[in-house]
Design a protein around this ligand. Structure first.
Ligand code: PHE
Length: 444
């Protein structure tokens, strides 16, 4: 078995940065504020918080625990908790790794745009406007070049393995992300118009409270915590046995939710600051203009109106988005790579090269057929596949996996767990409440 030479996170801090790095991504800085802005601000925020607490957190514990018990890639981890269901375990793992690769394929395109906007802002600053224009205007060639660059960086990090690649880069980049975010938040509140955005964000407008808002918030919570695609199962398998899983999971969920909340605090006020500068953000009917306009058009337009300070703020903002995207994309690529190194006995370099290559090709196909494929792939992976796989993993943890084994696994890092409130609630909760809630929301 390759497991004796498996990588491991070297510290709990390293793990938290890596797992929070996976969780904090475009979902937080782009998806969440956009959804909040188009769904009644505060109402979306409250439903989202409920979804994280009621559904996503218990599921995160389940995924991490399965991974750490299995001490292996998702395929064999599922096998180890599903004694009589080898074929089912393999199928679940394979579907998970395909879905996560497809997520990476579209994610790399968006992350590429961020790289474009980042260098675009820089080039504007030194007066190279035409180069900047090429980098920031939609075009197949530009999309391809930027996507391939992002995939290359992702592959570079994953090639170095768990401790020297993923953990090292996450512990460097995540604190930087927090600092940049803090700076941006302070800055935006010194600007005129920001209070209007703050009001929209914190004072609920209940007319938006609809079933589709709840489904949206659930999907957003799963996506944001990287659930349902075996990422957390894989990261859990690199977690030391003496780590307290419920506590660590709670910290990861808290960081992720905190960053989403702060992203809303920056972006919603920023919209109104932009509006104050004459940038159009709402359509005639009062609807928010196209969601991608928000980050890629509205914000840069606002930065533009602020002269060279604006260009610098723009650079900081896009750097922050690139960091968030990179610590997520490496976690996605790690899933198929861990399967290839352990199930097919390949070395890491080879696995990263061919799997990264395939994802890049898939992503290229999406770029070439952008109008028909882009939204379709996003919908297929995040709206349908992720919640369904997440549901299957909950059923695995709640019904199929032997309860004593679950308990013993959790006890390794939390010896007094049996007398804790967590253990009184969680097993029954994962068994009944999570699947029922998910089905209800899904069929709503
Ligand atoms: N959680 C990441 C984000 O919010 C996206 C992601 C999804 C990462 C699935 C890994 C797996 O952007």
């Amino acid at each position: 078995m390759a497991s004796s030479s498996r990588g491991q996170f070297t510290s709990r801090f390293g793990f938290i940065m890596a797992a929070a790095g996976s969780a904090v991504g475009l979902g937080n800085v782009w998806g969440f504020p956009t959804q909040a802005a188009s769904n009644g601000g505060a109402v979306f925020l409250f439903v989202y918080l409920a979804m994280v607490f009621l559904l996503a957190f218990p599921m995160l514990v389940a995924e991490l625990t399965i991974g750490r018990y299995g001490q292996s890639n998702p395929i064999s981890s599922f096998k180890s908790v599903w004694p009589k269901g080898k074929a089912g375990a393999i199928l679940l793992g394979v579907v998970g790794l395909i879905v996560v690769s497809l997520i990476l394929a579209f994610y790399a395109i968006v992350a590429g745009w961020l790289i474009g906007s980042f260098f675009g802002s820089g080039l504007t600053l030194i007066g190279m406007d035409s180069a900047s224009h090429w980098l920031t205007s939609f075009g197949t060639e530009r999309n391809l070049v930027l996507m391939v660059s992002f995939m290359a960086i992702t592959m570079y990090v994953v090639r170095s393995g768990v401790a020297d690649g993923i953990e090292k880069w996450s512990t460097r980049l995540m604190p930087l992300l927090f600092v940049l975010f803090a700076l941006l938040t302070v800055y935006i509140f010194t600007q005129e118009g920001s209070m209007e955005g703050l009001k929209m964000y914190l004072i609920p407008d209940f007319s938006h409270f609809t079933p589709s808002l709840i489904v949206g918030a659930m999907g957003q919570a799963f996506f944001s915590l990287s659930l349902g695609v075996c990422v957390m199962t894989t990261y859990g398998s690199y977690l030391k046995k003496d780590t307290n899983i419920p506590k660590t999971a709670a910290q990861v969920a808290l960081i992720d939710t905190g960053v989403a909340f702060i992203a809303g605090l920056v972006i919603l006020p920023a919209m109104f600051v932009a509006k104050n500068h004459g940038v159009e953000i709402f359509s005639e009917s009062g609807e928010l203009l196209n969601s991608d306009t928000l980050v890629f058009t509205v914000l840069p337009a606002m930065f533009d109106t602020m002269g060279s300070v604006g260009a610098i703020i723009g650079i900081v903002f896009f750097l922050l988005m690139i960091i968030a995207a990179l610590t997520s994309s490496i976690s996605m690529l790690e899933v198929p790579v861990s399967c290839a190194t352990e199930e097919l006995n390949q070395n890491r370099n080879t696995a990263v090269l061919w799997i990264g290559g395939l994802v890049t090709i898939a992503s290229g196909v999406i770029v070439m057929n952008f109008s028909s494929l882009f939204v379709l792939v996003i919908q297929f992976t995040t709206v349908y596949s992720q919640p369904i796989i997440a549901l299957l993993i909950t059923l695995l943890a709640g019904w199929i996996w032997n309860r004593n084994q679950v308990l013993n696994e959790l006890k390794e890092g939390y010896p007094e767990i049996e007398s804790s409130w967590f253990w009184k609630i969680w097993p029954t909760y994962v068994r009944f409440v999570c699947p029922v809630l998910m089905l209800l929301v899904f069929f709503a």
